[in-house]
Design a protein. Sequence first.
Length: 155
Amino acid sequence: MHHFSNIKDVVAIDFIKAYAEHLKKSGKLEIPEWVDTVKTGMCKELAPLNPDWIYIRAAAIARKVYLNNGIGVMALRRAYGDQYNKHYNPSHRTLGSGKVNRYILQQLEKMGIVAKIQSGRALTKEGRKDMDKIAFQVYKEREAKVTPMILMPMN
């Protein structure tokens, strides 16, 4: 039996969904007026269709800061970039939106989840505690769903 120790012990998408829901319920993340019209990168044609996309991105960024202390906006732009294809030219890798990532990091700072350090952003003690609590809940839910295997004796 595996024991929970930190955020690495849960499936990333399950944690991100749960933490996004937590951020939404807390009501501390200020939603800007441009949230419905902004593209998340040069390579995108439209704004995200999911109305809760900013909470999901904030949860994913918080997880990235948890796993990579000192991560900055440029590293996040690379992580959320994509292929840009103009059909008649070869495709190229492009960066994600700097404004979106910077805004979310600033909001996470206001909430006390991350703090600025010399090399970028790092998790605060409160942020780590909060994220570990949510990760533990996700871990417990997953453990409850997994049915134990019954071993039958072989004849």
